[in-house]
Design a protein around this ligand. Structure first.
Ligand SMILES: [Mn+2]
Length: 341
């Protein structure tokens, strides 16, 4: 009996051992299967090629040459644009009868929007707002834009063109329109300097750079209507460039000049009263084609108003401009600001 019991007990022990061994083997098998399944398969690796990200720092596994070209492009973008880019051509022949269809121009300049453009292959040195006081001169505007955009792009400046239009048919007040243009442009664009630009002047030389200076600069020193000469010594009308702070220090233009003329001479008086120097572009490059228009209603009070210029300056200007912005819209080649003054 005892031997039988022993042998039975022996059989039970060996059966238990078998179970444990089989369990262990199954466990190991399961573990190996799980490890096998969790390894990255070749198919998965092919599915996820190295990412081609814009930020090269986050790139993993890119090849060397690719990396070099990205680095080169990035370095170029970090480089300042040249002060005198080799894209300049110098003197330009302005054809006043040029075909200047706005839709064609828009198509030719897909990278201009809201009148803004900046170079894509270098870091522009200057950020310039160009404000064109405007009313009822579409043929002039078309010809001007036809030459101005390409010229500014050759100069590699970051610019935005604003056309500030006086609404209605009331008496023209260019000073108010320019001040309103300045205030609205400043809300939309973070510029360093502002250039007020008559709509009937087309630059003839791209060495006359639409950049920012450390003081006001009279750019249209030689308009064709004056035989390419500066008509008188205090002339600052036509195309005038101000550092932003200087324009504010001067309190902008006077709001009191109704009708044609005087607001530009008043500006010269303001600069003199503020002991602010200005420079004038040499006439060899400050050349502009004057687009022809009829006579306008001159302001009969302009001489008398000039006498009181200095007294008014502090409270008559951009700080106290009565106006309403009626609309602000994207005309692609320019930002259109319609103002009631
Ligand atoms: Mn004119």
């Amino acid at each position: 009996m005892d031997s039988v019991n022993v042998s039975r007990r022996g059989t039970r022990v060996s059966q238990n051992c078998m179970f444990i061994v089989v369990y262990c083997l199954l466990g190991v098998q399961l573990l190996l299967t799980m490890l096998y399944l969790s390894r990255p398969s070749e198919v998965q690796l092919q599915k996820n090629p190295p990412c081609i990200c814009k930020n090269i720092n986050s790139r993993v596994g890119f090849d060397y040459e690719d990396n070099q070209s990205v680095l080169k492009a990035r370095k170029k973008l970090e480089e300042d644009c040249q002060e005198h880019p080799n894209t300049l051509v110098g003197r330009i022949h302005v054809d006043v009868n040029v075909t200047a269809d706005l839709n064609e121009q828009k198509k030719a300049m897909p990278d201009v929007d809201w009148g803004e453009w900046k170079p894509s292959n270098c870091k522009p040195r200057h950020k310039v707002a160009i404000i064109i006081p405007y009313r009822d001169r579409l043929p002039h505007l078309k010809v001007q834009l036809r030459y101005l955009h390409p010229l500014l792009q050759r100069q590699q400046v970051h610019y935005r063109i604003f056309v500030a239009e006086q609404a209605g048919v009331g008496t023209w007040n260019k000073g108010r329109v320019m001040n309103a243009g300045y205030i609205e442009a400043a809300k939309l664009f973070d510029f360093q300097c502002v250039i007020f630009h008559d709509v009937d002047l087309v630059p003839e030389d791209d060495r006359n750079t639409y950049k920012c200076f450390s003081l006001p600069v009279h750019m249209s020193s030689a308009p064709s209507q004056d035989n390419y000469r500066t008509r008188y010594t205090i002339l600052v009308g036509g195309v005038m460039n101000f550092p932003r702070e200087d324009f504010l220090k001067l309190n902008g233009y006077s709001n009191e000049f109704w009708g044609w003329g005087g607001e530009d001479d008043d500006m010269a008086y303001r600069m003199k009263a503020s002991a602010m120097d200005f420079e004038r572009v040499p006439p060899e490059i400050g050349r502009y084609t004057s687009l022809i228009h009829g006579d306008r209603d001159k302001n009969p009070r302009r001489m008398a108003l000039l006498q009181g210029s200095k007294k008014r300056q502090a409270k008559d200007g951009v700080s106290s401009l009565p106006y309403r912005l009626l609309s602000s819209s994207n005309e692609k080649l320019y930002t259109h600001l319609l103002v009631a003054v």
